[in-house]
Design a protein around this ligand. Sequence first.
Ligand code: NDP
Ligand code: 2IT
Length: 451
Amino acid sequence: MNSIDEKLQPILTEVVRRNAGEPEFHQAVHEVLESLGRVVAKHPHYLDLALIERICEPERQIIFRIPWVDDQGRVQINRGFRVQFNSALGPYKGGMRFHPSVNVGIIKFLGFEQTFKNALTGMPIGGGKGGSDFDPKGKSDGEIMRFCQSLMTELHRHLGDQTDVPAGDIGVGGREIGYMFGQYKRLNNRFEAGVFTGKALAYGGSRARTEATGYGNTYFVQAMLGTKGTSFDGKTVVVSGSGNVAIYTIEKVQSFGGKVIACSDSSGYVLDEAGIDLDLLKEVKNVRRERIAEYARRRGAGAHFIPVGQGSIWDVPCQVAMPSATQNELSGKDAAQLVKSGVIAVGEGANMPSTPEAVKVFQDAGILFAPGKAANAGGVATSALEMQQNASRDSWTFEQTEKRLATIMRNIHDTCHATAEEYGAPGNYVLGANIAGFVRVAEAMRMLGVI
Ligand code: NDP
Ligand code: 2IT
């Protein structure tokens, strides 16, 4: 990791002490504080007002029991979380994650990142995140529904279209959002469309929200490549994951003329030198909900499945890497391998997918590196567009919505780029994103008094 300004070190030490056993949260805070030395040198009042300490402390953390009954009639228990991190810029906003690895530290890291990401979009949204250690894999539709209903039976009292607006994340897509929104509507006796985003079009969703995160990351990387006079056209690309973000990243990269030759899930990766067949991938993942090996089996000769433990997807040589699965999926060793094989740009579709060692390797090698809080902000930005459509009882066309998304991603890119230059680190998108996001939140908090 890079070093932290001596004035900021005590703040990090205190965060680590107060949040023991939460390594992902420490990592996310460390990464932001690393960038803030240059800010407090220029604007010492941020230290006087304890703004950084306040930003590192969530406004509210809710942890609750989720009892539900499985198909065998047995009672199951999971734990639910909602961390309402910061509402200086608008209602808490951020997804819900269902994955067995979920704990309060993971949700806190995600809520912390979300706060700056949402600020970068320029939309009126604060930061929050939630989820559960529930494992959706292998569960029936009925089990998923009963689980979502039980979760919402508790969570509903903490939400509201002006209070806290969840959406999807890992393990939470259109089906789960439908079940959660349905239960919220029933408990509150209100059709409050703007309390959830990522809804289906049939009941108040936005066109292009499903595609937005992957498309947005691709727009961001395209803008970065543009600063070097190049583009996706003709480039070989590797996208990890095969969920919502990965699939629509692949779709947009292909439409920009890039060739995606590998993608993955938690069981391994597929290498398909002819280029991923997106219709087949969608069929395997979105319709049949199968493992990635099934893609290689159905694709036939030319596509290979490499199981976990027999190699990393980042061993596949490529010019652009777009990690889109989960946190810390790309190690320092993986980054060194990518640099060796000629990668020129990395766009983080996932939240914090590169370890601090990996980020350092990319930066030392002068690779174009887009941090998740900037590059994957298209999803939440389009969520804010969904809220806007709900508030005005309107529904925009796909083209109109995607155009807004493209403009927002261009603005985020340009803001990060310009901020990095202003603070004496041209080309450092990590620094640009952290500083630009922080200053927006900190300025609003300063004006709102000691909150
Ligand atoms: P999905 O659940 O749709 O897909 C997740 C994908 O990542 C799956 O292929 C999954 O494989 C893989 N994956 C998850 N956990 C692990 C793990 N521990 N090890 C290896 N592979 C794993 O989620 P999304 O596509 O929505 O989210 C992907 C990332 O993007 C997350 O970091 C999320 O926070 C971030 N993100 C999502 C946004 C959105 O709008 N959905 C917006 C911004 C960021 P398997 O099925 O085998 O578990
Ligand atoms: O990490 C993220 O930005 C998301 N999962 C999307 C959040 C949202 O509210 O759309």
